[in-house]
Structures are given as structure tokens and as C-alpha cells.
Design a protein around this ligand. Structure first.
Ligand code: R5P
Length: 284
């Protein structure tokens, strides 16, 4: 049984189809004091797969409730799929008295599940924070399919060195092109991003900037601006997790992006491709 969190309904449905498992329909209620109640129907079968992106504090609470609810409904084994793990970027304590938030979240989730599946966590080390077995899925290969087939001398570019692996994966999946990466600096006070161009020649070429996440859009819009200044033909923005907080889409549009391509780990208008298949591979 696939059990969707309310933030992952499209992906859960795709996963049910991909794996041939039935899809549960959770129900929701809210008490007068504002507390929520997520419930699931009783079901036959001993495994429940809860699929819930935790892109908000409410989504974390809902996931904890769904984990508990499926046990109450009869599940003997619970798998928790977290397509996008919020708080994963708080993977260390940044100052005296500050929590390791990713660890706190992981410990809470571990109490209600037998195993966890994560999709492209921002830092792979967050898997170690769980007290149950964790499988990590690199779903970045799915980002190649929605790209135009006629990219001109394509360059797959990571906005920082940490993303070069997924840029290479997307290039390999696309089947042609070069890869490169920028050096990135983010001002801790203002959040402003600057990127130092590599020597790669962007002039007249189609460039696909590949990152694990677009959050505020600062990294991506700065990269697009630099590439456009260097004469790139079209610049595409591709990411696994299209968080697109606040005015991120507008920043990318203002910078001249040709198209934003994201997956359904976070369901947005640009979520044009599903990570259901690579998740299904680890569920079998
Ligand atoms: C950083 O290491 C990540 O890979 C992303 O580049 C970053 O989180 C994107 O954030 P933003 O969209 O706020 O610049």
C-alpha cells in the first residue's frame, strides 16, 4: 500500500502505478485548537510505504501521524520515502546552542519506520542521522528527458563543485555534451551569491545549469546572468528539488532562463518529470 502525504500526491500516485501497489486515500481533520489529524483506512497486506515530502513544518507533523496511523491500520512493516527532506541543509550546528536540525528530524522519523528512502539529500551524511536503514536514491538522471533534443553544443554546468556529479549524470542521460562547474561564494550575512566562471566557452551554446535544489533562486539566477553575459544561446535550469521559495521563479525569469525543469520531489508548476521509477527500483 502506498500512502501519500498531502505534499506528495502526484508522486505517490506515480509510484503506485510504477510498482503495481494500491494507493491509500488518507483523510484529514483539524481540531478547534488548530491541531491536525491525518488518518488512513484499514488495509490488507503487511507493508505500508508512506511517501511524504517534508517541505514545511506541517508536512513533518503529518508524516509522523501517517507513520503512526499505518501501524494502527495494520501495517507490520513501514517504509518511509522522503522525496525531499527539509532541514537537510541544517546538517550541523552553526553556532553555540544551535541544534543539528537534520539529526533531530531523522531521529523522530526513525521511531515510526523500519527503513527510510531519501532522494538526493542535500548532504549524503544526513543518512547517518537515522536509526534505521536508509537507502539514498540519485534521481538526477530523470532531468534529461524533458530537455529539447536539439541542444546546440550542450554544456551541462554545475553552479558549484558539489553539484558536478549530478551535472555529469544528466549529461550522460542526455547522451551528449560537456560538463563543467563554477566556483560559488555565498555571503553569509546577505545570502547574495556570486559565481566565478570556469574557462568553459559558453558563446553560442545551449547551457543546462544543473543543481540538486533551487531554493531562493540566487545561485541559479546568478549563473544564468553570467552565462548570458558570456554569450550563451539558451540557458536551462534543471534541479531535482524545485523548492522555488518566495520570488525564485521571477528571479530566474528576469535572468533570462529558457525553461525551468524540476522533478516531482516537490510538486510545482515546473515539476515536469517524475522520480517514481528510480524510487521503485529500491522498493522492489
Ligand atoms: C548548495 O550547495 C546547493 O547545491 C544549492 O546550490 C543551493 O542550496 C541553492 O540555493 P539558492 O537557490 O537559495 O541559491
Amino acid at each position: 500500500m502506498i500512502v501519500p502525504g498531502s505534499s506528495s500526491q502526484l508522486l505517490a500516485a506515480a509510484l503506485a502505478e510504477e510498482t503495481g501497489r494500491p494507493l491509500a486515500t488518507p483523510t484529514y481533520d483539524r481540531f478547534p485548537d488548530g491541531e491536525t489529524l491525518a488518518a488512513v483506512p484499514d488495509f490488507d497486506g503487511n507493508e505500508a510505504v508512506v511517501v511524504a515530502t517534508t517541505d514545511s513544518d506541517a508536512a513533518w507533523v503529518e508524516l509522523l501521524q501517517l507513520q503512526d496511523a499505518v501501524r494502527e491500520a495494520g501495517a507490520e512493516r513501514v517504509t518511509t520515502v522522503i522525496p525531499y527532506m527539509g532541514y537537510a541543509r541544517q546538517d550541523e550546528s552553526f553556532g553555540d546552542g544551535q541544534p543539528v536540525s537534520a539529526r533531530a528530524m531523522a531521529r523522530a522519523i526513525s521511531t515510526g519506520t523500519d527503513r527510510v528512502v531519501l532522494v538526493n539529500p542535500h548532504e549524503s551524511g544526513v543518512a547517518d542521522f537515522y536509526d534505521v536503514p536508509v537507502e539514498t536514491v540519485d534521481a538526477s538522471s530523470v532531468l534529461a528527458a524533458p530537455l529539447p533534443a536539439d541542444l546546440v553544443e550542450p554544456l551541462f554546468l554545475a553552479p558549484d563543485e558539489g553539484a558536478i556529479g549530478i551535472a555529469e549524470t544528466v549529461r550522460d542521460s542526455y547522451g551528449a555534451g560537456e560538463t563543467d562547474y563554477f566556483e560559488k561564494h555565498r555571503d553569509r550575512e546577505t545570502g547574495a551569491v556570486t559565481v566565478s566562471p570556469s574557462d568553459a566557452d559558453a558563446s553560442g551554446r545551449d547551457v543546462v545549469v544543473v543543481d540538486d535544489i533551487i531554493a531562493t533562486g540566487s545561485t541559479m539566477s546568478e549563473s544564468i546572468t553570467v552565462l548570458t553575459d558570456r554569450g550563451a544561446a539558451r540557458v536551462f535550469a534543471a534541479c531535482v528539488h524545485p523548492m522555488l521559495a518566495a520570488n525564485a521563479v521571477t528571479k530566474l525569469r528576469a535572468a533570462g532562463v529558457a525553461r525551468i525543469v524540476g522533478s516531482d520531489t516537490i510538486e510545482r508548476g515546473c515539476s515536469v518529470v517524475s522520480v517514481a521509477a528510480p524510487i521503485a527500483d529500491v522498493l522492489e
